[in-house]
Design a protein around this ligand. Sequence first.
Ligand code: PHE
Length: 345
Amino acid sequence: MQATENILEKIEEFIKQVEAFKSTKLDEIEAFRIQFLGKKGHLADLFAQFKNVDASQKKIFGQKVNQLKNSAQDKVNELKLAIENSSSATEYGDLTKSATPFEVGSRHPISLIKNEIIDIFSRIGYSVSEEREIEDDWHNFTALNLPEEHPARDMQDTFFVQTNPDYMLRTHTSSVQVRYMEANKPPIRTISPGRVFRNEAISSRSHCIFHQVEGLYIDKNVSFADLKQTLLHFAKEMFGEETKIRLRPSYFPFTEPSAEMDVYWGLNSEVDYRMTKGTGWLEILGCGMVDPEVLENCGIDPNEYSGFAFGMGIERMALLKYNIPDIRMYFENDVRFLSQFQSAL
Ligand code: PHE
């Protein structure tokens, strides 16, 4: 009898303890749960003692133990819920916090201009062709009417492969056009963007690595007028509807006749004066009618077909479009420079 009285008192005390318990820490709550509801906790202990309880007291004992069990269980649930609701700090961290910001990259100005040029020519039916950067003598020079000892080879200071001078880093992407003509029958409309290499001293105006886009159009009855109209269209798309162009006679071994194209830049400031050497005109590309000899070298009958070709430097286009005064800036990968060129991907 006495023993049972004591146990009932003990249970009352436990109930008070449970009611008084407070915590906002998950590990403390878990310790509390184990203490009362765990396999070796107070409740397990009390249930084990049930059989010893005096028969007349069994009912009240059962009720008290159940009350303790429920209040301990409710307490644990209530405290856990309070933690979930009060803060969002969970084991995964604070889920309501905004994500760590990260920088979205931007395209390199060379890629932007390249994509723009490709876009303009794609809209008038040109495909894009790309090829190797290490070329053989035939594709970089000989097929283009530049046989060995031809003085015009000096115009393109070449990096040769040391162990085999029949191979070199291509000096222009005209080599891509030779390969394209060898592999495809006319009509041909293709542009060849790519990296080219020349053994030149590095300065603000020239570099040993730069980028070109060259174009080739071959079909029946293609004339110089077609060339001029195509380039005028390109210049207007690139620099605006008001753009004026002019063609000056020039020389390339693979085209006859050959020309250089200028766009009118204006003469409004001292910088314009310097950039255009006082003429107001800026040279942007070389072009001409493909020499019949070159067509023949590439397996195309010059009596049936004619065509034009043109080539431009992407760095120079970017200079005009973005006003970048020093060609070396393209290669320095300075994020402050590069991040200025944002685009819609
Ligand atoms: N291949 C010439 C160069 O690299 C450019 C060019 C291409 C000129 C096609 C005329 C025709 O300078």
